[in-house]
Design a protein around this ligand. Structure first.
Ligand code: SP5
Ligand code: ZN
Length: 351
């Protein structure tokens, strides 16, 4: 399996996120990816390729141009407001929320206003290195998709920050560029007529869903904690099935948080894989979040490390050219084992 590593990921290192009225330490930390890298190396998965700069043209297939320009200049604009800002990460404090009556169709000159326009939570700090780290992660996803799309086998995009919450023109949920969506567009460029996304992160992949919501050539399927109580709250319900030509090409499988362990989760996976088979996908992108693990500090499913071997094997059963991204997973020490188990299960390398 090809592994493309984003060796600039350390440049994105959030200090704090807003939580219940105060700032708490970021949970999406660089050591997450260091644990993944160490465990893959320990199992002999070496010979990684390094990510390269993505072409702007491909980024624009998924993201709004003005949004990309905003991300590219956000840090310098923030510091230009006041040099003292350099000591703090960028976090928004005002949003044009749908219910507020505030306009969402304007992009004011004021930086705080633009920030709120392009971001949907106060948990996704942006700093000097964010744009470079996110860009190279996108480059990693695109390189993986070219490999998969050219029939050379499976691939894993070893990067952070994650991507599946990022929409066409918004960041949030620790995500800035939607790596899974960029992989989908690259696979289509390589000739795949129909691409499926299977999102197994604990949190609904709202960004990926929204990007492809009108499309019949991309099936998006997500298994996640019920958004009635779980992040991202405003998306991920079972009645979201697609729109227009895309009607019937989005499937959400929300599960109760708390007790959900492998047996129940696996039933949802089987439903997801059946939908992907009916769709007739030519390629599969697995948005691989490991925050379904029982020890995750911000999520409430109860999967065990061994379960990821079985999940990988079930995904391999789809028999499709497959690309794995890396999304969430915040139980830092076990994330390497869990991710490596997923890939080993997929390649039938399990013990
Ligand atoms: C990619 C991904 O998994 N994103 C998840 C974003 C969830 N953000 C909200 C988390 C709220 C909890 N954060 C504070 C933890 C304090 N102990
Ligand atoms: Zn997640």
């Amino acid at each position: 399996m090809l592994i493309v590593h984003n060796d600039r990921h350390h440049l994105h290192r959030g200090r704090f996120e807003m939580y219940r009225g105060h700032l708490v330490e970021s949970v999406e930390t660089p050591d997450r990816l260091d644990h993944v890298a160490a465990e893959l190396a320990r199992r002999g998965r070496t010979g990684w390729h390094n990510a390269e700069e993505p072409e702007r043209r491909i980024l624009e297939r998924v993201h709004d141009r003005a949004y990309l320009d905003f991300l590219a200049h956000a840090w310098e604009d923030w510091v230009a407001l006041d040099p003292a800002n350099a000591a703090h990460d960028v976090l928004p404090s005002i949003w044009p929320a749908g219910a507020s009556g505030l306009r969402q169709d304007v992009v004011p000159a004021n930086f705080a206003a633009r920030l709120g326009r392009y971001c949907f939570d106060a948990g996704t700090p942006l700093m000097a290195g964010t744009w470079e780290a996110a860009r190279l992660g996108a480059g990693a996803a695109i390189a993986c998709a070219r490999h998969v799309g050219q029939g050379k086998g499976a691939a894993f995009t070893m990067t952070r920050p994650p991507g599946h919450h990022a929409g066409r023109a918004c960041f949030g949920g620790y995500c800035f560029l939607n790596n899974a969506a960029l992989a989908v567009e690259t696979l289509i460029d390589c000739g795949a007529a129909r691409v499926a996304v299977l999102d197994i992160d604990y949190h609904h992949g709202n960004g990926t869903q929204d990007i492809f919501y009108d499309r019949a050539d991309v099936l998006t399927v997500s298994i996640h904690g019920d958004p009635a109580s779980e992040y991202p709250f405003y998306s991920g319900y079972g009645d979201e099935t697609g729109r227009g030509a895309g009607e019937g090409f989005n499937l959400n499988l929300p599960l109760p948080p708390g007790a959900t362990a492998y047996a129940e989760w696996r039933q949802a996976l089987d439903r997801a894989l059946a939908a992907i088979a009916r769709f007739g996908a030519n390629a599969l992108v697995v948005a691989s979040g490991l925050d379904t693990f029982k020890g995750d500090p911000i999520a409430r499913f109860a999967l065990e490390s061994e379960d990821y071997l079985k999940i990988g094997a079930a995904i391999a059963g789809a028999g499709l050219p497959t690309l794995f991204t890396l999304e969430g997973g915040y139980a830092v020490a076990p994330i390497g084992v869990n991710l490596a188990n997923l890939l080993d299960g997929f390649e039938d390398l399990a013990g």
